[in-house]
Structures are given as C-alpha cells and as structure tokens.
Design a protein around this ligand. Structure first.
Ligand SMILES: Cc1cc2nc3c(=O)[nH]c(=O)nc-3n(C[C@H](O)[C@H](O)[C@H](O)COP(=O)(O)OP(=O)(O)OC[C@H]3O[C@@H](n4cnc5c(N)ncnc54)[C@H](O)[C@@H]3O)c2cc1C
Length: 216
C-alpha cells in the first residue's frame, strides 16, 4: 500500500467478492489507462441517468470534456455527486452450470464531485493530453479560443475509487464436473486494426504512432 492508496470508504468497500477488489491507486490507474469509455452516472431531477463518455486519466484525476451546452457537462461542472465506471471485458466464462457462467473483467468505480477546469492554461493542457490519448499521440490542430470556450472540461479525483478483477475459468461445483458440457474461457479484447486514411490526406504513409499498436 502506498500513501496514495485510498483506504476504502463506506461506499467503496467491496462486500461481494472482496478478494477480487483493490484500492491500490496503481491498479486503478492501470485499468483507467487501458480503457476507452467511461460510464458517467448522475442523479438528475427526473431520476438517475448514466451516459457513456470518452475520458483521460491525468495524474490522479479522471478528465472529461464536452459541450458547454450539454446537461451532463453542466451537472458535472456544478459539482454534482457523480459515479463513474470504466470496464475492460477480458472474456466470457462458460461453466458447466448456468449459475456459474460469468465474465472476466477489470473495472473501476470512482465516486466524487468533479471540479470545473476554468483556467485557460490548465484547460488547454488537459484537453491536449485528452486528445493525444484518443488520437494515439497524433497531434491535430489545437483548439481555437472559440472552440476552447465552447468546451467544458472537468476533472474528478481518484480519491474515492475501487477496482475489481475477475480472471480464470469457471468455478464449477464438483457435482457438475462429470457433465459432458463444454466449459472454459473465451478471451476477448479490443483490437486495433489498420488505419484507413481520409482520401484527401496528402501523406500516404501511416504515422508510426498509428502502426505501433496494430494487431499482429
Ligand atoms: C463486465 C462485468 C460484468 C458483470 N456482470 C455481473 C452480473 O451479471 N451480475 C452481478 O451480480 N454482478 C456482475 N458484475 C459484478 C458487479 O459489478 C458487482 O461487483 C456485483 O454485482 C456486486 O454488486 P454489489 O452492489 O453487491 O457490490 P458491493 O461489493 O456491495 O459494492 C461496494 C463497492 O465496491 C466497489 N465495486 C463493486 N463492484 C465493482 C466493480 N465491478 N468494479 C469496481 N468496483 C466495484 C464499488 O466501490 C462499490 O460501491 C459484473 C462486473 C463487470 C465488470
């Protein structure tokens, strides 16, 4: 445990399968760095809602961005309580009994209240990191002042966070092991395929940054 590792709070303490849980910051960061989509849950006036978003982890914060006009960003920027989850699906677990079928995964849950990033320098810096992550390091034109003004950026600390992981095959009951049903794992992963350039891109070679992660 390092100084950064949060002790579990009452709401991040795992009750169900606590042996699969972790509050190590390094573990939380690692899962966040491999994910692409965050599900952002808020309690709106008409009830809870959860929306998928792109995100980036910067140091010990999760950074989200969106239109200043979006309800979601306005709620986040106002510091409303939020719960964010990120999930990596690692496989399907097929057991000999329906009850024991499962999924392999690594997931993170973060609770808190985001802060609105309003200072122009910090906003540009976080947006730049955000975009570079989603473009695999390729640098598009930076946002103009008008584009920056139209964009809301918020950052959510990882202080109250948890990770949960399941791996391995099914945990079948001894009584089911004699069954002749197939059992095992079907590994799954997100795979990067060959990039497709826009027809009017003058440069024909794929930037090395984009070919590095290609599936072999
Ligand atoms: C891809 C995927 C599929 C799943 N499918 C199912 C399913 O079909 N049925 C099912 O019952 N459960 C499923 N789970 C597990 C589910 O996320 C919960 O962990 C589980 O249902 C226990 O819920 P609970 O409210 O009793 O958890 P509790 O242990 O009471 O949760 C307490 C706290 O532990 C932490 N925590 C709990 N779950 C997670 C998590 N997954 N990741 C990070 N932190 C967590 C949170 O901080 C939470 O507030 C799945 C998980 C993933 C990632």
């Amino acid at each position: 445990m390092t100084a950064r590792d949060a002790a579990p709070s009452p709401r991040t303490r795992l009750q169900r399968h606590p042996e699969r849980g972790s509050h190590e910051r390094a573990r939380v960061r690692d899962i966040l760095d491999q994910g692409l989509v965050a599900h952002v849950g808020l309690a709106g006036p008409e009830g809870p809602f959860v929306l998928p978003m792109a995100y980036a982890r910067v140091a010990d914060e999760l950074v989200l961005h969106g239109s200043r006009g979006s309800r979601l960003m306005q709620e986040l920027a106002s510091g409303a309580p939020v719960c964010v989850t990120v999930t990596l699906v690692d496989g399907l677990v097929i057991a000999r009994s329906a009850f024991r079928c499962s999924m392999n995964y690594r997931s993170v849950v973060v609770f808190g209240r985001a802060r609105s990033v309003d200072g122009a320098d910090e906003k540009r810096r976080l947006l730049d990191l955000f975009v570079r992550r989603l473009t695999l390091g390729v640098s598009p034109r930076a946002a103009s002042d008008e584009e920056l003004a139209a964009t809301a950026v918020v950052a959510l600390e990882l202080t109250e966070s948890s990770a949960k992981l399941r791996s391995g095959g099914p945990r079948d009951l001894p009584g089911d092991l004699e069954s002749n049903t197939w059992a095992g794992e079907v590994p799954l992963r997100v795979v990067q395929l060959a990039p497709r350039a826009e027809p009017d891109v003058p440069q024909t070679a794929i930037p090395p940054l984009l070919s590095d992660g290609l599936a072999g």
